[in-house]
Design a protein. Structure first.
Length: 176
């Protein structure tokens, strides 16, 4: 602050402002004087500024070797039972694929991460990567869903998108 005689104090009240509802997105926002006041004996010569909010950086890609093997597009009828195995490919230093179940003593190591699935009702994914359930899309016409499978291990996430087409269930008891 400048312009105050020595040994004087100033009591400010109010607050600076920006437009209501801002900050939901990255961008530049003007800062205004708002209700900031210096009391009856002083005036404020306010110089506005800009608050800049930047988007967070995109998440890092998974390490070069931890990926989900490509999953081909799927097609089912609404209500179908699903059984599909997701495979996580081991780091580049390994020469085998990770699977959830050990078949024998020489089998691949157990998965230590967590699978999740989103995008189509009725599907679940187990800790071994098995997608199962009954599709419950309620579609009246052929519809393609973006089903997203993720695998997170040691703070790193690998993602695989599946184009999953669902046909309407056949009508029961009526003419089709």
């Amino acid at each position: 602050m400048s312009g105050l005689p020595s040994a004087r104090s100033l009591s400010l009240s109010g607050s600076l402002a920006t437009a209501a509802g801002q900050y939901a997105n990255a961008g530049a926002y003007a800062i205004t004087q708002g209700t900031l006041a210096a009391g009856g004996n002083y005036s404020i010569a306010f110089t506005g500024s800009t608050l800049t909010i930047t988007a967070p950086p995109p998440p890092p890609p998974p390490p070069a070797g931890i990926t989900i093997a490509p999953i081909p597009p799927q097609t089912n009828t609404d209500g179908d039972e699903v059984d599909l195995q997701v495979v996580v490919v081991a780091p580049a230093t390994a020469t085998h694929k990770l699977r959830g179940r050990a078949e024998d003593d020489r089998a691949e190591p157990e998965l230590r991460g967590v699978f999740t699935i989103a995008g189509l009702n009725g599907l679940k994914i187990e800790k071994d990567g098995e997608i199962s359930g009954h599709i419950r899309a309620g579609v009246t016409q052929v519809t393609t869903f973006d089903v997203i499978v993720t695998y997170t291990q040691d703070g790193v996430t690998a993602t695989q998108h599946i184009a999953w087409t669902v046909k309407p269930a056949p009508r029961k008891g009526g003419k089709g």
